[in-house]
Design a protein around this ligand. Structure first.
Ligand SMILES: NC(=O)c1ccc[n+]([C@@H]2O[C@H](COP(=O)([O-])OP(=O)(O)OC[C@H]3O[C@@H](n4cnc5c(N)ncnc54)[C@H](OP(=O)(O)O)[C@@H]3O)[C@@H](O)[C@H]2O)c1
Length: 322
């Protein structure tokens, strides 16, 4: 199987390194950065690509070409599967949306870890994939390394999903966990999380619940065949949670968690009290999802929602499943 990777950042590099290290039976024919690309129809020498881009961007790699970019490589139809790993943008989904549309319209399979296009254009992209008889997979967009979408699609086949509750943002879970165990304030922990690289410089995407809301939309559309959009989510972030409230909850056997709740008529992200012995009550940067279905009753998955190799692992699972 020939693949082409679009976006050589953290996850893109993780995918390339894992394919190389694990000697997967996949030929990487293209890797695209912004306005540049590396292409070899026989398969790129991944060892040399990894070594040659250790401390620099793809544009500085000796074998890089300026006359080739993602759009060109998509139109060359040089790969069976295009792996779209550009930055998430929940405003217009670009550049990922145009890339994925072009890939599917060309009759090639697409795999992405980019929430933007999936959140904004879920039904359109699914229909386009089915009209062209190709697969469009995006496991890494919900809960990073945790199998959530494929778990229901493959392993819980035949079950009807009644509701989904989950912790789907590691940054806010880290902040709330430390507020609970140390009794410290939100701003102080946020500052330390930023210094540790756990929170972004602009933390609003996480702490205001936008990232969790995006995942809620994907779950609503995937499991409940809804036509949900970001504006349909009832969102409340964690910025107004006080250390006194978290400590009081902690002393009474509860933790405060930012919980995503999705059902046929529910679409919400809000802080909730969770009993400390509930399987959903995981700490630190961990994520957890609790799925209620009609046959298996309840299934809970716990794992890492982000990280270079963790996320790359979910992307590779989608590639191999195709
Ligand atoms: N990192 C994680 O743990 C994680 C977890 C789950 C999901 N995700 C999602 O996975 C995606 C990739 O994440 P990441 O952490 O790898 O992001 P990243 O490190 O910012 O990498 C994105 C890469 O895409 C490149 N890019 C931007 N525009 C492009 C274009 N038009 N054509 C080709 N390449 C382009 C960027 O190049 P420049 O540097 O030149 O801009 C950058 O190298 C994001 O959508 C993210 O939300 C990430």
């Amino acid at each position: 199987m020939k693949i082409c990777i679009i976006g050589y950042g953290t996850v893109g590099r993780g995918v390339v390194e894992l394919i190389h290290k694990k000697k997967l039976d996949v030929t990487v024919v293209g890797v695209c950065g912004r306005n540049c690309g590396v292409y070899d129809e026989e398969g790129i020498d991944l060892g040399s690509l990894i070594d040659g881009t250790k401390d620099v961007g793809l544009d500085k790699y000796p074998g890089v070409r300026r006359d080739i970019d993602a759009n060109k490589m998509i139109d060359m139809k040089c790969a069976d599967v295009y792996v779209e790993l550009t930055p998430t943008n929940v405003v217009d989904g670009e550049p990922g949306y145009s890339f994925i549309r072009r890939i599917l319209a060309n009759g090639c399979h697409a795999v992405t870890s980019n929430k933007g296009p999936v959140v904004l254009y879920y039904n359109e992209l699914r229909k386009l994939a089915s009209a062209n008889n190709v697969k469009f997979l995006y496991e890494a967009t919900v809960g990073g390394a945790m199998p959530v979408l494929n778990l229901v699609r493959e392993n819980l086949r035949g079950n009807r999903v009644a509701s989904v509750r989950g912790i789907l943002n590691g940054t806010t879970n880290y902040i709330l966990t430390r507020m609970g165990s140390e009794g410290a304030g939100f701003s102080q922990i946020l500052k330390e999380a930023q210094e540790l690289g756990i929170a972004e410089k602009d933390p609003s995407y996480d702490v205001d619940g936008v990232d969790a809301a995006a995942k809620a939309v994907i779950i609503a559309n995937e499991f409940f065949s809804r036509d949900a959009h970001m504006e349909d989510v009832d969102v409340c972030g964690i910025t107004r949670i006080t250390p006194e409230f978290v400590s009081l909850a902690w002393k009474n056997g509860f933790s405060v968690k930012l919980i995503v709740e999705v059902g046929r008529d529910v679409l919400r992200v809000a802080p909730r009290l969770i009993e400390r012995n509930h399987p959903l009550c995981v700490d630190g940067v961990l994520n957890a999802v609790n799925i209620t279905v009609d046959m298996a009753r309840e299934v809970t998955v716990v794992g890492y929602g982000a990280g270079k190799y963790e996320t790359a692992g979910a992307v590779i699972s989608d590639i191999l499943s195709i």
